[in-house]
Design a protein around this ligand. Structure first.
Ligand code: ADP
Ligand code: 5GP
Length: 194
């Protein structure tokens, strides 16, 4: 287990894990935080995934897009801090850049699914865990529909998964309801700087 707490000899960065159901607004919140990364001494981790890029997504910015074989090699080579299968696609957090930044005293933010967050909680108990909650499941569905990036069938799968994900929220250090976006961003920023 790696020590993520601040020690007297060297101040490490904080590991901040933001998760919650798909469509709740994690990417939107984290995108705004990323724009303020210097003020927050923050680096946002870029995950690897086997899902196809959306129209507006860029390699190395939103994700590292991998084939199934490439992803499997990364798993076999122990490259991931955690990885999970979400709706038939694999997603993983490359470990090396995260550890290097924490060592340098930079705060690192992971935006990952609930299964991944539960794994990281065991490995890094010194991390800060934030669950972003929707105001309601209906609003979550509306946001997924509004985003327009998934089929109706895929949206229903994501909403179904949200039921289990919502049941995990008490395991987190903080629950932030993303109702008014600016307020949710402010709360997460306060958690980072606390
Ligand atoms: P996630 O990363 O959790 O899957 P996104 O950040 O992609 O979610 O947000 C899903 C959709 O909801 C997007 O269209 C986004 O613009 C919208 N959205 C995000 N936050 C809010 C909010 N507070 N109120 C209304 N819509 C929001
Ligand atoms: P999307 O396909 O909407 O980009 O992501 C689907 C889900 O996978 C989201 O909940 C997102 O936070 C999560 N996710 C993204 N990257 C990772 C990762 O590295 N690990 C895990 N476990 N989940 C991730």
């Amino acid at each position: 287990m790696i020590d993520t707490a601040n020690t007297a000899s060297k101040k490490r960065g904080k590991l901040i894990v933001v998760s919650g159901p798909s469509g709740v607004g994690k990417g939107t919140v984290c995108g705004i935080l990323k724009k303020n990364k210097d003020k927050l001494n923050l680096s946002v981790s870029v995950s690897a995934t086997t899902r196809a890029p959306r129209d507006d997504e860029k390699e190395g910015i939103n994700y590292f897009f991998k084939t199934e074989d490439e992803f499997r090699d990364m798993v076999d080579n122990g490259c991931f801090l955690e990885w999970a299968t979400y709706n038939d696609h694999n997603y993983g957090t490359p470990e090396k850049p995260v550890l290097e930044k924490l060592e340098k005293g930079i705060n690192v933010l992971l935006e990952i699914d609930v299964q991944g967050a539960l794994k990281v909680m065991e490995k890094y108990p010194g991390g800060v865990y934030v669950f972003i909650s929707p105001p309601s499941i209906e609003e979550l569905r509306n946001r997924l529909v509004g985003r327009g990036s998934e089929s109706a069938e895929e949206i229903e799968k994501r909403v179904k998964l949200a039921e289990w994900e919502m049941l995990q929220r008490d395991k987190y250090d903080y629950i932030v309801v993303n109702d008014v976006l600016e307020e949710a961003v402010k709360k997460v920023a306060q958690i980072i700087t606390a």
